[in-house]
Design a protein around this ligand. Structure first.
Ligand code: SF4
Length: 220
């Protein structure tokens, strides 16, 4: 995004990408560094929208949260109490701030076998990354709104079609060279072929020469 902005054009208001890019660091960069709106799902997004997930009482995401007391209520109605913060730094140096919660007392719980694999003398613990939860809620809200949801769905049509064509029709499923510059050149040729085809297609469509389009297999 920085390269695009510096070398090519002003970034659009919405940054659209697939779930592979849906991480805390990227959301933060889009929202805070670039001051744009991310329309990017995350790995668990579709799973979390399913009834099966939403109805599972053992997923902490479904537990009621008492904001003033900073506690969650577990499926047996016991309190998950905040214990401490921890910081996790990934290999790129990005820091995640986690809150650790522990059940007040899991002893004699009839749901224990379904809820936790913790040793019998230990209580269930969970960790929450509030920054991540905030980003997830933002994305869920944006994707549920009509305008932004439509924009996100359009990504599949605009982007995946080009990749699908490249792989299925042009047979470009792997690189034949190694090294950054060589692969850069190779993908450049492949994308040039896709663009030339699209250019030719648009010319033919302009002429409304349907017989040629049919001959080339470019219409249904
Ligand atoms: S095992 Fe602990 S956290 Fe799980 S339902 Fe029972 S009391 Fe709650």
């Amino acid at each position: 995004m920085t390269t695009l902005k510096e070398r090519f054009f002003e970034l659009p208001n919405y940054i659209v990408a697939d779930a592979g890019y849906g991480g805390e660091e990227n959301y933060q960069a889009v929202l805070e560094d670039h001051e744009r709106t991310p329309l990017i799902t995350y790995a668990m997004y579709h799973k979390e929208q399913k009834k099966k997930f939403k109805r599972n009482p053992f997923f902490p995401a479904n537990w009621p949260y008492q904001e003033l007391k900073d506690t969650f209520l577990c499926p047996d109605g016991r309190k998950m109490i905040f214990r401490n913060y921890s910081i996790r730094t990934d290999k790129y140096g990005f820091k995640r701030y986690l809150k650790r919660y522990e059940c007040e007392d899991c002893s004699n719980c009839p749901l224990r076998s379904k809820c936790t694999k913790a040793k019998s003398d230990k209580n269930r613990e969970i960790q929450k990354n509030m920054n991540w939860e905030y980003f997830k809620a933002t994305i869920q809200q944006l994707l549920s709104e009509e305008e932004t949801g439509k924009l996100y769905r359009q990504r599949k049509i605009d982007v995946e079609l080009a990749f699908g064509h490249l792989k299925a029709c042009l047979g470009f499923t792997r690189f034949f060279v190694r090294g950054k510059q060589q692969t850069h050149n190779e993908i450049g040729f492949a994308l040039m072929a896709v663009n030339l085809r699209k250019y030719r297609l648009s010319k033919l469509e302009n002429k409304k020469d349907s017989s040629i389009l049919r001959f080339l297999g470019l219409t249904s």
